[in-house]
Design a protein around this ligand. Structure first.
Ligand SMILES: Cc1cc2nc3c(=O)[nH]c(=O)nc-3n(C[C@H](O)[C@H](O)[C@H](O)COP(=O)(O)O)c2cc1C
Length: 346
């Protein structure tokens, strides 16, 4: 079983790096939002502060590397590099699903490396909702979270991916109760995320009823899991079915706006945030933090820790300059400020 999961994880990493797996028609929606340039900002660039608080840490920038990897040796090296870059840059790091470690204790080192390399940042573990329904209980998770030394756990909701994945487990009956129980019994904050198909208003409202305070919208417009799984399929008929879902999902901007309608819900924006300007727009639209997976994975594979740090710097400095050129000295004024960003379809 573990071997199968590890092979699958390896294939995901290879496809994500080598193949065109982005949405083609459906976009994130950021392209229709534009900052209102302020030619009289009345602040100095050097005074613009992009520091943000998250899970009791002060981040240098409201940015997170989204869940990607864990399990085998290759994942361990990837987690090592991403953790080094996140720690050097002072941003948050989310690890890939801990399922391999739950099934095979030998895999735990590939997650523990993150804290070893990154003592100063928030680290988040991750598990799939359908595995939560079927297998894992709070006590078991609690033990492993302690061993990996994380600050929170995120649960991924991926019904479409499970439905298309050749060895998928599309078991979502009882998922709400399973999340609720975990939230009540686990001594860690629980974040709920999608994997690139977004969250509807109804889903976010229901998550709030379960006591969830943080959602990572992981909207459509970036990485498409229908495309990734399509690459792994051998049967042409299965490929034809996956093709039907190439443009499925709720775009990232729409998902952020859904989450904003749910009062008190804290938002991590992700899904296709592959430029500094999209990052800045996500925060201006109201997200506490924004995350990205593929951009950091590809940066790391091209040029290791240095290239990831450089990319983080591009995101962060774009945010800083966007704040300067809209006249906002800190994130409290910039975040969710309707007067600085407008909808205009070009
Ligand atoms: C190779 C790869 C592995 C991933 N593994 C996980 C995972 O284990 N758990 C999870 O919640 N999301 C996983 N994701 C989804 C990402 O965390 C993210 O939600 C998604 O890729 C959308 O972000 P992006 O457009 O910036 O890539 C993975 C993504 C990639 C590319």
């Amino acid at each position: 079983m573990t071997k199968k999961i590890l092979t699958r994880k390896k294939e995901h990493l290879q496809i994500a790096n080598d193949e065109p797996i982005h949405f083609h028609e459906l976009t994130t929606g950021f392209e229709d939002y534009h900052f209102v340039h302020n030619a009289l900002p009345e602040i100095d660039l050097k005074d613009v502060n992009i520091k943000a608080n998250f899970l009791g840490y002060e981040l240098q920038s409201p940015l997170m590397i989204s869940s990607i990897s864990g399990g085998e040796d290759e994942s361990k090296q990837l987690n090592r590099d991403l953790a080094r870059a996140a720690n050097q840059s002072g941003i948050a790091l989310s690890l890939g699903s801990i399922r391999p470690a739950l099934e095979n204790p030998e895999c735990i080192g590939s997650y523990q490396i993150a804290r070893k390399e990154a003592p100063n940042i928030p680290i988040i573990a991750n598990i799939g909702a359908s595995q939560l329904v079927k297998e894992y209980k709070s006590k078991q998770l609690s033990k492993i979270l302690k061993q990996i030394d994380v600050n929170a756990i995120s649960i991924h909701l991926n019904p479409l991916q499970e439905a298309l994945q050749p060895e998928g487990e599309p078991h979502f009956k009882g998922v709400s109760r399973a999340i609720e129980i975990l939230r009540e019994t686990l001594p860690y904050p629980v974040i709920v995320k999608e994997v690139g198909f977004g969250l509807s208003l109804d889903a976010i409202k229901r998550l709030q009823k379960m006591g969830i305070q943080w959602v990572d919208v992981a909207g459509s417009g970036g990485t498409s899991w229908s495309r990734i799984e399509h690459h792994r399929m051998k049967s042409q008929n299965k490929k034809d079915i996956a093709t039907q879902f190439f443009e499925w999902g709720i775009p990232t901007v729409e998902s952020i706006q859904n989450a904003i309608k749910v009062k008190q819900m804290k938002i991590i924006a992700s899904g296709g945030i592959d430029t500094g300007l999209k990052f800045a727009k996500a925060i201006a639209l109201g997200a506490e933090l924004a995350g990205a997976a593929i951009p950091f994975l590809q940066a790391r594979n091209k040029g290791g820790v240095t290239r990831v740090c450089d990319l983080i710097n591009v995101y962060s400095e774009t945010l800083r300059i966007a704040m300067f050129c809209t006249g906002n000295q800190d994130l409290a004024r910039f975040r969710g400020n309707k007067s600085i960003i407008s909808y205009r379809k070009l």
